[in-house]
Write a protein that binds this ligand. Sequence first.
Ligand code: GLN
Length: 447
Amino acid sequence: VEYHLERIEEHKHLNAFIEIYTTEAREQAKLVDQKIKEGKAGKLAGMVIGLKDNICYQEHQVSAASKILDGFTSLYSATVVQRLLEQDAVIIGRLNCDEFAMGASNETSFYGPVLNAADATKVSGGSSGGSAVAVQADMCHAALGTDTGGSVRQPAAFCGVVGLKPSYGRVSRHGIIAYASSFDQVGPITKSVEDAALLLEVIAGKDEFDSTVSSVPVAEYSKNLAFNGKARIAYLSETLESEGLDPEIKASMLKNMDLLRKDGHIVEEAHFPYLDYVVPTYYILTAAEASSNLARYDGVHFGYLSPNANDLERTYKKSRTEGFGLEVKRRIMLGAFVLSAGYYDAYYAKAQKVRRLIRDNLNDILTNYDFILLPNAPTTAWKLGEKMEDPVVMYLADIFTVQASLAGLPAISIPVGDHSNGLPIGLQLIGRKFEEENLLAFSKTLL
Ligand code: GLN
């Protein structure tokens, strides 16, 4: 804990933490130390963990990096936090992120952007940027993030660490501040596949507080990391041929495919004809769900209350106008639009159908192959501010991560070396639903 507190101090300028639990972490560490001596310590004893600021921790503030929740204290802990504590993890602080997890660069946070530790003129990626940078710069052993359309995998790729998005329904969302409920999943950001496996094993599984969590048994992922035999891997030619893909990232994918073939795995081309539709489908559906989820921030129940309001109508209007940032407001409006009576069929209902096509296509590929291999993002981390002017340009950067999210499949980002610009490159693997065990074991052969 002392070591990590020093690292946090040294890397303050990166803006990864919103709050540091200095005294509390020291006390927790002492308690855990005692338990270790008594031989009663849990699986995570000694692991120092940071939490993305959209994960509730009892009697601690949580804000989803939004002014509208600034100063709000959580009344209960998320199931994932409860489980970390039961296994004696030490929680060191809460981590910066995009406001309500909406973003791909951690620049929409009310608390300012997070900078990449590999190059502080570049973004961390997002939305779990604080989580990725905290692990990258060794400010904690591991962090939890949330991934709705890439928010664990993409910042992990930008920061050269491991990021795992579990299958939808693998991990409880109880106590997670909702963005898009049919997509959101909590996932670990770590330095190794072993740590990701251990954390997933602790946080995953049935929860009486979240009926969308599957009762499929949770494997002991951390003990089953040996991958035996040969894998069948599909690559999607549409992703490799995609226009905006950085040539060096493409070369890195091709090189890794060759290495896999040399190791005796089968690597073959498969087709995904829907690549052009994944971003629009994702943004229609997530905006719709967000507009509904964020209706609760009304200036009355919790969070920011505008001092300029003097009746109920204005309380709602002014609190929301002043409390939400630009990107969040844009998505609420887009969501309300696609759900409105005149446009529901044309946009929302249509997007649901396309989601089904995408899911069926990926599941078909996964009946013949164990994994799908693709890039994480078209480029490495970009310059701060570079994509803030045009939201569509920012959205398009999600083109390779949203497919697994639309299909509810598990996906992992593995660091595979640096670009000549000095920034990390991540490779993405998608696995079959609820087959995280296999996905983690195979990923370990790559790292
Ligand atoms: N960049 C995507 C978005 O803005 C993904 C965010 C996420 O996974 N939370 O929606």
